[in-house]
Design a protein around this ligand. Sequence first.
Ligand code: SF4
Ligand code: SF4
Length: 744
Amino acid sequence: MNLPAALLNILLCLASLLPLAALADAYEAKLPDELNTAPKLCDYAPCAEVLPGATSFSERKGQPFYVEGYADDDNGGDDKDDEKGDDKDHGNDGNGKKRKVGYVMLSTDITDTPAYSGKPVVTLIGMDTKGRFVGVKVLKHSEPILLLGIPESALIRFNEQYLGKFVGSNIEIGQSRPDEDIIGLDAISGATVTVIAQNQVMMTSGTAVARQVGILKPTIREQAEFIESGARPDWATLVKEGSVQRLTVTPEQVGLARGGAPFIDLWFGYLNQPDVGRAILGDGPWRRLVADLKDGEHALFVIRTGGAESFKGSGFVRGGIYDRVQVRQGSDAFTFRDLDYANLYGIAAPGAPRFTESAIFIIRSNSFSGAYPWKFVFLGNRVDRATGARSFTSFDSEYWLPEAYLEGGRPEVVKPDAPWVRVWKTRAVEIALFAALLVAVGTVYALRDKLTRRATRKNKWPVNIFKYSAWVVSIGFVGFGLLAQPSITQVLTWFHALLFQWTWELFLTDPFIFLFWIFIIVTVFVWGRGLFCGWLCPFGSLSELLYKVGGAVGLKRYQFQLPRKWHNRLKWVKYGVFFGLLAVSFFSMGLAEKLAEVEPFKTTFLVGLFNRSWPYTLFAAGLLGLSIFIERPFCKYLCPLGASLAMPSTFRWFGLKRKQECDSCKACAVGCGSQAIDEDGRIDHRECLHCLDCMVLYTDDHACPPLAQERKRRTKAGLPLTPIGTDGYYIPIKLVPASRAKAA
Ligand code: SF4
Ligand code: SF4
């Protein structure tokens, strides 16, 4: 077997070992379907592990769901305070008294907050009867970063910080700030997005259950005072002014095939406001409704105008609760029992749409106020297309009564920042530095003509000083510092998001990757992939830097290029890898993510070469070692990300310059480390990494053969050497008539 074939074989063998080592404990763990649906949650989840002392558990109860955990009365269990609880705190299984010791909740029963991967971290949480977290267990996560080497134990250690903390405390990632009553948690370095999402999951889940069971007092909100104008707006006006809102769930949002019709299309509004209530119900029905409402009771209407899904739920039974809909205001959730329901027979407002299901729901709590914004929530089951697993998902739409209907207008509401906003705020300095780096590199490249003219084949420093600086910064600051190595998994995620469901939050949660991709997309279409690959990709930069250092320390004689014939064949392998990953991702994103380990990026930057199991270390170290002898072997032959960027590079706006003579002169091709210049002198912009060596030659009148020839000719003939024009030739000498020259 000759050398190139052997080389390819080694790389492919190493790559094939990777999936074997990919699985970590909870990464994409296969959970039983019943976990999300069975009344007896604890038959399918290790509840006892998160609620120490509990020996038995109730069925799922409440809305959102939780279970109660009991200890045998003689079993110690929790503190004595629990014993003063009422009789409801005691269960009896027929064998003696049981004492309630706390609650267990499955995070995905309560919130579907996505983490870095865009999927929730499925967490089982235990809380004692005093509202202190007593156990946390991650059942499943899809965080590549935790698969890859920030070890899962880091997440376990992070979760342990909650133990003993009260659910009503202000718990945030970062430093504690006692003056502001904030308890800080240590983040996991390199997994900030994951832990911010995890904190939200913990606090949202804990408070949702703590409020239901009375550990946390409900917020009392000031009740609204309404302005009554006597107007009777029609439906279009109500919708336009925001008194009636819409919540539409599409089939793809619940994992079904995209279709023309919505999965469910709902309209809803607040009826206590007299003008709105009368417009919707008509005078008489509204008066009768309001007469039945007590202080602190609120009515809202819901109609379904599209979709076949029932918002009342097909499983609704008398005395039960409507488990498909909910109202949320701040961290309070309001659910509806059968007694909180009234029939809605028609909408009085002219122009109202035809509906196929309707209801009036009553909120019986002065925690709710019509003056503040609230959300109408539809709770659905989402089917994961890849695995077929069902998971809980909520869809909501915000409602805030228009200012004109409220005495004194809308109260001021400070909304907490979305998780991605918090990430951008906490990392503002690094983000600014990173953005400055991107702008600087883009600017330097835009001014490349000025630099290449100053450089010569013998002295390329005017260009290289910028390029090498970019490499060093991208390896140290971008790669090892910010862990911002773009990856093919992001391309696959975007592809799927474009096809199925685009959510900006998903992409905004990692500001560096987000900004990097804006840069990549823009520069690929303007100049081709070379600016990113050749100047800023952390792994590519490391690979080429090793090659340069290898040459500088005396290994030059061992450095070689693959023969053109082999290069021309092997360069297609990376496209095969890319399309292979894309195809697999349609069947299983999880498998595609594991196979994407063909990129050694995570091993190199996120985890560290020696922090992983040996196949990964061997693969990444092998590639880096090979880079000392062959310039960028991974970039040229294997990188699926490079392949995905190479294809659109075909349509770049600006290419590199060529002269007529380039067709026959091979001088540039000899020096092109990327082997991007073919036998006919043409540059393949899919392979070119913008090293600019050929552009230096283009204006070097000692190195570019046609220019050198012309230089010699002019020197011999005693003609002046005019500057070199943008076409790469000496500017022609203009002959001035002798009479004009004399006059001058
Ligand atoms: S080919 Fe891949 S590793 Fe190489 S520079 Fe481009 S993206 Fe980076
Ligand atoms: S020598 Fe020219 S063609 Fe080759 S990689 Fe550098 S810029 Fe691209």
